[in-house]
Design a protein around this ligand. Structure first.
Ligand code: ATP
Length: 230
């Protein structure tokens, strides 16, 4: 049995909105083991992105606890959250949020530069990861000039260049056509296996979810867990 890396205990989240309080989920508990690839699915508005934000120290829960190994993620202050995200987390967004005027290698090097790594070393690591995502011929292209699939591969390289303990991806293929989505998902799956990553992905694509080790389904404020049997 693999070691638990992510431990979520009785997590609750609501938002104050103009029309009163929106209870998203109550007392969610689950674990993710080291090396697992877990899909989070659920209808639009079920709270998948909000849950990922809590796990990645981008937001705080109303109640409950999130542990990444021995770190109590939900209790980090703002400075600690930023440091935690830079050191421990790789995050891929649906809309890649690359800087279009910067080259692919500069975008990928940025998390390393932000933590004080020297430029030559950061660019060299960026090139290694761009090669891993099969963009070895695009180092010095501006990301604004790359295709949607290529941009998402750059953002995957940026998420992994820091060698994070956990990879989160929020609809990483949601903005791509079917064929490109399959290329990007297959790449995530290949890198997950090759580098022994632990990954949590939000997806609407049930075919991709079924290719993960486990599916967590958010519904009506609760969670059901489905072992993948296909
Ligand atoms: N900061 C916020 N303040 C108020 N309401 C919010 C906030 N963020 C999200 N919500 C609301 O919470 C609900 C869940 O949003 P969330 O983005 O987590 O859902 P989701 O399952 O990821 O949806 P989708 O699949 O459409 O991306 C939505 O109704 C959304 O409008």
């Amino acid at each position: 049995m693999s070691k638990t890396l992510l431990d979520v205990r009785s997590l609750s989240k609501s938002y104050a909105t103009g029309r009163g309080r929106l209870d998203l989920f109550r007392e969610l508990s689950f674990e993710v083991a080291e090396g697992e690839m877990v899909a989070i699915v659920g209808e639009s508005g079920a709270g998948k992105s909000s849950l990922l934000h809590l796990l990645a120290a981008l937001d705080k829960p109303d109640a409950g606890e999130v542990y990444l190994d021995t770190t109590r993620v939900d209790q980090l202050n703002l400075r600690e959250q930023a440091e935690f995200r830079n050191r421990q987390i790789g995050y891929v967004w649906q809309f890649h949020y690359l800087l279009p005027e910067f080259t692919a290698e500069e975008n990928v090097a940025m998390p390393l530069l932000a933590r004080g790594t020297g430029r030559a070393e950061a660019i060299s690591a960026a090139r290694r990861w761009l090669t891993e995502v099969e963009l070895g011929d695009r180092f010095t292209h501006r990301t604004g000039e790359l295709s949607g699939g290529e941009q998402q591969r750059v953002s995957l390289a940026r998420a992994l260049v820091t060698q994070p303990r956990l990879l989160f991806a929020d609809e990483p293929t949601g903005d791509l056509d079917n064929r490109t989505a399959d290329v990007v998902f297959s790449l995530i799956q290949r890198l997950h296996k090759a580098h022994g990553l632990t990954s949590v992905l939000v997806t609407h694509n049930l075919e991709f979810a079924a290719r993960c080790d486990r599916i967590l389904r958010l519904r009506n404020g609760g969670l059901s867990q489905t072992p993948v049997t296909v």
